[in-house]
Design a protein. Structure first.
Length: 151
């Protein structure tokens, strides 16, 4: 759900839940299972980092992520936040050595990109699957963007 257009009306309540410091500004209220802060507006939860960006910088275009330069999920310091596409966000996580995948996942975003490149070059799915711990049907799903769409 997108942030409400009147998010600025909630600024005082939002910033009151923030511990500001020299570096990261930590979200001190509700934290979700992935470590990101959650802020409720009219019964809907929004990422605290997204709210911080919208309050300090401006609206977030549809489809864009709010990424952390500091790689610290509870941080809401606008100076540590930047916008990126899902693909840019995945590349940023990979560059930082952090992958936002299920702990039992057999592939990462970089694998999905490589699989698509090989398939686009005409390599058969069976041949590609031989190099990964997945079935040819998974390779096909990645190639046709039914899986790993964000990569």
């Amino acid at each position: 759900m997108p942030l409400p257009a009147d998010i600025s009306q909630h600024a005082d309540r939002f910033w009151a839940k923030t511990q500001k410091g020299e570096g990261c500004w930590l979200w001190m209220a509700r934290i979700g299972r992935r470590g990101y802060g959650n802020f409720s507006v009219r019964g809907h939860f929004h990422g605290a980092h997204r709210v911080a960006y919208a309050l300090a910088v401006g609206p977030i275009a549809d489809g864009l992520h709010v990424c952390h330069r500091c790689d610290n999920p509870p941080c809401v310091n606008p100076a540590h936040l930047f916008l990126g596409t899902p693909k840019e966000n995945a590349a940023d996580m990979t560059a930082k050595g952090r992958r936002a995948v299920h702990p039992h996942a057999k592939l990462c975003s970089a694998d999905a990109v490589a699989i698509r490149a090989r398939r686009d070059a005409g390599e058969p799915v069976v041949s590609i699957a031989a190099d990964y711990p997945v079935t040819p049907s998974v390779i096909s799903a990645i190639a046709h963007r039914r899986a790993w769409r964000h990569a």
